[in-house]
Design a protein around this ligand. Structure first.
Ligand code: UD1
Ligand code: MG
Length: 455
């Protein structure tokens, strides 16, 4: 969009006591990503290149988390909670650097859309000094009301400070504001705290700017997109809204979801075209699914890459580092962790493949286990291409099974199996003709003798 520079200030000092949690409110997650990270992503998408994060209670945890989602963010501490304007001024140093646009956002409003922020920035570019993002909640109680006079936005009145007339206004402050960098500090420094809560209200800059003859305007965003989260019930509502948006996007981008309401995505899930996802599938963080793949019902995937036309499940678990190449199959009740299943290889039933490579076209029989852990360290299993592992085998790592080798069912394999070899790792079967009949007769007469004694 514009070449104007932009700083986003994210207020993350919320106490969040109603979450009843040891975790700071803004670190609670939506789609496996902290709420405050969603806010910072939206700001980034709207072109904010600098981020100032204002933390308070639980600040250390938020600071640490920020290293992951916004490594370049500057962190400021608001030691005392004296109001939203006071919180913004905690980032005074960042504001003083002279950005063109400043976006003020709340860390507990995770569904905010970049479009709303872009629109607000555009209004700044057109000459507004302050842009307030408004919305019309079903019940305005508790929100600041947007007071318009002669078609101008003249003030925001907090619920507690409203007259009865003002309280009837349905157009409310969502809490998001865009402020022209050229005016920001001058406006913020004039905010006082003579109001019902005795706080320094950010919202007061509207009246201050209007009185100074600066242009102040309101834009409107949807109720859903500015939902503020205060407890876990609202957290779940926001999750549901996020998931519905993402499911719709996945379908519009060419994936088939048979029962979309039962499929859960993470913030970073990548689904290609012509992927089929059956009901009740969970995508944890870091999953990529290539074109034509099928994820059958009740599968759980995390940190996994599923190749083109590969098949997963039903009831499969792919853990971090699972790499399925083209047309690979991981079937029911199988778990794959940190392992590559190469082109066309099959792990179809009841198997555990961890720290391993399964070569192209190999077949892993039902009940096969890679014994990768001795209680202290992990070891690697390398299965060559075209190998056949008979059912119910234990491959004790570190171990190499050569290409095209056969492992007999029920084997415990502890030594390397060379290419094209056949390995038995079990006792040989012994069959004694007629011995079964003899045994049955012996058992029957012993039981009869016992009964006769008892009488
Ligand atoms: C605020 C707005 C109100 C708006 C509503 C939308 C003000 C004065 N009021 O009211 O107009 O309708 O949000 O939800 O801005 N915070 C700090 N430090 C503080 C105080 C607050 O960091 O000293 C943070 C909070 O963590 C929160 C945000 O600022 O993320 C808003 O504060 P909150 O107390 O929830 O304000 P509301 O009364 O909801
Ligand atoms: Mg609030």
């Amino acid at each position: 969009m514009t070449s104007r520079t932009c700083l986003s200030i994210i207020l993350a000092a919320g106490e969040g006591t109603r979450m009843k949690s040891a975790t700071p409110k803004v670190l609670h997650q939506i789609a496996c990503l902290p709420m405050v990270a969603h806010v910072s992503r939206a700001a980034e998408r709207a072109g904010a290149e600098a981020v100032a994060l204002v933390v308070g209670h639980g600040g250390d945890a938020v600071r640490k988390a920020a290293e992951g989602f916004a490594p370049k963010a500057e962190i400021f501490v608001q030691a005392e909670r004296l109001g939203t304007a006071h919180a913004v001024l905690a980032a005074r140093q960042a504001i003083a650097k002279g950005h063109d646009d400043i976006l003020v956002m709340f860390g507990d409003t995770p569904l905010v859309e970049a479009d709303s922020l872009e629109l607000a920035r555009q209004k700044l570019a057109e000459g507004a000094a302050v842009v307030v993002i408004g919305f019309r909640p079903p019940n305005p109680a508790g929100y600041g009301r947007l007071i318009e006079k002669n078609g101008r936005l003249a003030a925001i009145r907090e619920d507690k400070d409203c007259s009865d007339e003002e309280r009837k206004i349905g157009f409310c402050n969502a809490g998001l504001m865009a402020i022209s960098g050229a005016h920001a500090l001058k406006l913020l420094d004039q905010v006082g705290n003579t109001n019902a809560k005795g706080e320094f209200y950010l919202t007061d800059i509207v009246e201050i700017a209007d009185k100074a003859g600066l242009a102040v305007i309101a834009t409107e965003a949807s109720f859903e997109s500015v939902l503020g989260i205060n407890n876990r019930a609202e957290l779940a509502e926001a999750e549901a809204i996020w998931q519905n948006r993402r499911r719709r996007q996945a379908m519009l981008e060419g994936a088939t979801l048979i029962a979309p309401e039962t499929v859960y995505f993470s913030h970073d899930t990548e689904i290609a075209t012509d992927v089929l996802v059956e009901p009740n599938v969970w995508f944890g963080p870091g999953v990529r699914v290539a074109t034509g793949a099928v994820i059958h019902a009740f599968s759980h995937l995390e940190g996994a890459h599923v190749g083109p036309r590969a098949e997963v499940g039903p009831y499969a678990r792919l853990r971090p580092g699972a790499e399925l190449h083209e047309k690979a199959k991981v079937g029911n009740f199988c778990e794959v962790k940190k392992a590559t299943v190469e082109k066309g290889a099959k792990v179809n039933h009841l198997a555990y493949i961890g720290d391993a490579r399964v070569g192209a076209g190999a077949n892993i029989g039902a009940g096969t286990i890679t014994c990768n852990y001795d209680g202290f360290s992990k070891f690697f299993t390398d299965i060559g291409e075209g190998a056949f592992i008979g059912s119910n085998s234990s491959l004790v790592a570190p171990i190499v099974i050569g290409a095209r080798a056969y492992v007999a069912s029920g084997s415990v394999i502890t030594e390397e199996v060379p290419e094209d070899a056949l390995a038995f790792g079990r006792a040989r079967q012994k069959t004694l003709p007629g011995k079964g009949k003899e045994l049955r007769e012996r058992f029957a007469s012993a039981a009869a003798a016992k009964k006769a004694v008892a009488k």
